[in-house]
Design a protein around this ligand. Sequence first.
Ligand code: NAD
Length: 254
Amino acid sequence: TSFPDSPTVILTGAASPRGIGRATGYYLAERGWNVGIIDLDADAAAKVAEEIRAVHGVQTAGAGADVSQESQVRAAFDTLEAALPQLVALVNIAGVSSPDPYLEVTPQEWDRVITTNLNGVHYATRRAAESMVRNGVGRVVSLSSVSAQRGGGTYSKTAYSAAKAGVIGLSRSVARELGGQGITVNVISPGPIDTDIMGGTLTEERKQAMAADGVLPRIGTPRDIAAAIAYLISEDAGFVTGQTLNVDGGLYMH
Ligand code: NAD
């Protein structure tokens, strides 16, 4: 089944002012996507949605949900699907960092990070896939992290790496199960990106040190990730599934 003329993408985690999600919303709207936004704070999600609509003229809507709570995720999808044209793509961007060293990780911290970064991707993917299977076409992209692939070495540590590695396994399995129904499922694995997720620790000095670790002489921008997302959810990427695309300046080659 081909794409509808006016497709909708739902983004989780797109309300943060300097984050990857918000930049992706603008980037996709500029290219004709209608945009649904899910974030913790319903008002913040609605505000970003309205700003994107005002700039790019596509249809947008926002809904509040904690992605680690399945009932909230399902309710948010119901709201957004009722307000917007056919859901074609889901991009799982919502996530939390976790810099605690392994021997200091509490059970609470472990649960917080796994439930948000892994269970959250599962709940949204599962709900989106139900609609996509009905429609016969769908695209899912989830954000992992280079820290999952190279064993930390970034701001976040074990709980985060474990959850983000889980995202890769989950995505490959769902890709295999749902490929026959017109749905592709892929992962983007960002290296260090200049956002606020590292809690103010991303000083100029730190940026230079992180850049020196890779091949290209800089850290990444939200736009670098948005552009990769735009490709993977495009109609033309229909023969790409189960893949992990590193957008990390050459930090991890595979
Ligand atoms: P960010 O903190 O700016 O954005 C994260 C967004 O997720 C925020 O809008 C936040 O409100 C939302 N969120 C957090 N917990 C949520 C929950 N339980 N339910 C709903 N929404 C929730 O961070 P960012 O850098 O834009 O990160 C976006 C994604 O990219 C994350 O998954 C992150 O792990 C991943 N990533 C970022 C980097 C980086 O260097 N910035 C590197 C690799 C991967």
